[in-house]
Design a protein around this ligand. Structure first.
Ligand SMILES: C[S@@+](CC[C@H](N)C(=O)[O-])C[C@H]1O[C@@H](n2cnc3c(N)ncnc32)[C@H](O)[C@@H]1O
Length: 196
């Protein structure tokens, strides 16, 4: 059976645009190229960007349609990414990664903490986690994201979920998103960086 994400991605391509997330493209050059994991990467916009910059890229998403698009876009860009269809809770990598990037990977509240703990396990010691997602204030905006407050983030929640990491950034910012049809306009987001 197709997932709701399969249906969304099949109805319209580039739901979050083809360009990488702005925070990701700004932060990535600050780290030496290595291995990166992009969980819940959708149509692969961030994976393809990292591959173009020389990273050894692994990505997964629960949507077969999203991964099909990511593979096609990677071929068109002439870059290699290792991506697979997997639920986050079934993903069992054989290695840990220098960087893990979580972009708008919102889970139901009862699964969020376990998902974030998995992300810590996917990191090498010394590795860095980068996250961007919607803050709970996003319910006041119409620029995208879950309409369910329990799926949204606060810096306090992320500090608790990622307390094993040394956080160097954990802040709420207002930005104007321009990421495809589903992320458009003024938004309240949280940006987090932490090292294991
Ligand atoms: C809002 S989209 C963001 C996609 C991508 N990170 C981006 O920024 O372009 C959320 C993605 O998370 C994926 N997803 C949600 N829950 C998942 C789960 N439990 N396991 C794997 N993927 C999941 C969806 O299929 C969807 O592609």
């Amino acid at each position: 059976m197709k997932s709701p994400w399969d249906i969304r991605y099949a109805n319209q391509e580039a739901l979050y645009g083809k360009a990488p997330n702005a925070f990701f493209s700004h932060i990535l050059p600050l780290y030496p190229c290595g291995t990166i994991l992009l969980p819940c990467d959708g149509e692969g916009r961030n994976a393809i960007h990292a591959a173009k910059k020389g990273w050894d890229v692994h990505a997964f998403d629960g949507s077969q349609v999203g991964i099909n698009t990511a593979q096609r876009w990677a071929a068109e860009a002439n870059v290699a990414i290792q991506c697979e269809v997997s639920d986050a809770f079934d993903f069992a990598p054989k290695e840990q990664f220098d960087l893990v990037g979580l972009f708008y990977a919102h889970m139901p509240s009862e699964r969020r903490r376990a998902f974030h703990h998995l992300a810590i396990q996917w990191l090498k010691p010394g590795g860095t986690l980068i996250l961007e997602g919607f803050h709970t204030d996003q319910l006041h905006y119409q620029s995208g994201g879950p309409r369910n407050e329990s799926m949204l983030f606060t810096p306090e929640m992320l500090a608790e979920d990622f307390k094993e990491l040394l956080a160097t950034q954990n802040e709420v910012v207002q930005v104007t998103l321009d990421e495809g049809p589903l992320h458009q306009g003024l938004a309240s987001i949280v940006r987090y960086i932490g090292t294991k």
